[in-house]
Design a protein around this ligand. Structure first.
Ligand SMILES: [Zn+2]
Length: 242
């Protein structure tokens, strides 16, 4: 997939002058990214305090015991999820371009900006990153799996990380975007399995990686598949919290 993405990037840069994905200002010639420092500073970064289960910022809405409205009824198979950005404004726009506008290279830039969050980076350190799989037909249509691209970039930037495509998606699910919480959970239940010929090492820590965490249903279903395969320590991370 590497060559295809690089080809995409080359064509894209040829057709459009390389601008920052956020500020639209022209990028430095030496810098091969599509996100300037000024653009990265405008991304809606999640700070502390944040929910210890789903990573949503508390933003002063809650006091006392943990009761995050975003994961209140989720009993996730993952221990903790951390997200770097809210899926709003420029971060949401970048994710949309990654998924639907054939801009997989923006996944590199958003992942690089994500690891500037120390909480996010420490959450990944030393673990095996497992991208949420796409169904093979969807992957063929899109030409890449954005979660794989994100996991690959994160693994190259964070100490002791590597990525393994351990999971497969055995049947296509309808788009989650218009579904409610329970519907999302039903939609993805049982969709993910350990890929043929793969195995997990119970001594390793696995972190399931996705572009966006919305209800946590997809990351939960992936974590469940890893646990069924014998993984004992499973967490999750997404670039954005929806
Ligand atoms: Zn939460």
């Amino acid at each position: 997939m590497g060559w295809l993405a690089e080809l995409d990037r080359g064509l894209f840069d040829l057709v459009f002058p390389r601008d920052c994905a956020v500020t639209r200002e022209p990028m430095d010639d030496e810098d091969s990214s599509h996100l300037s420092a000024a653009g990265a500073a405008l991304l809606p970064r999640i700070g502390d305090p944040r929910c210890l289960t789903c990573g949503h910022p508390f933003e002063g809405i809650l006091e006392g015991d943990r009761a995050c409205p975003h994961c209140l009824d989720l009993r996730p198979a993952f221990g903790r999820a951390v997200c770097a950005f809210r899926a709003r404004g420029p971060a949401r726009r970048i994710v949309h371009r990654i998924k639907y506008e054939r801009c997989p290279f923006l996944a590199d830039d958003l992942a690089s900006a994500a690891v500037e969050d120390e909480v996010f980076r420490r959450h990944l350190a030393g673990s095996v990153l497992v991208p949420v799989p796409l169904h093979s037909a969807r992957r063929r249509d899109r030409g890449y799996n954005q979660a794989e691209r994100i996991a690959g970039r994160l693994a190259s930037l964070v100490a002791g990380c590597r990525t393994e495509t351990l999971l497969g998606k055995q049947h296509e699910t309808v788009s989650q975007t218009r579904l409610g919480r329970q519907e999302r959970r039903n939609n993805v239940a049982g969709a993910f399995v350990l890929a043929d010929g793969k195995s997990v090492d119970p001594a390793r820590r696995y972190v399931v990686i996705d572009d966006v965490l919305t209800t946590g249903a997809t990351l939960h279903a992936c974590a469940l598949a890893l646990r069924k395969a014998g993984a004992e320590c499973v967490d999750a991370a997404a670039l954005c919290h929806g």
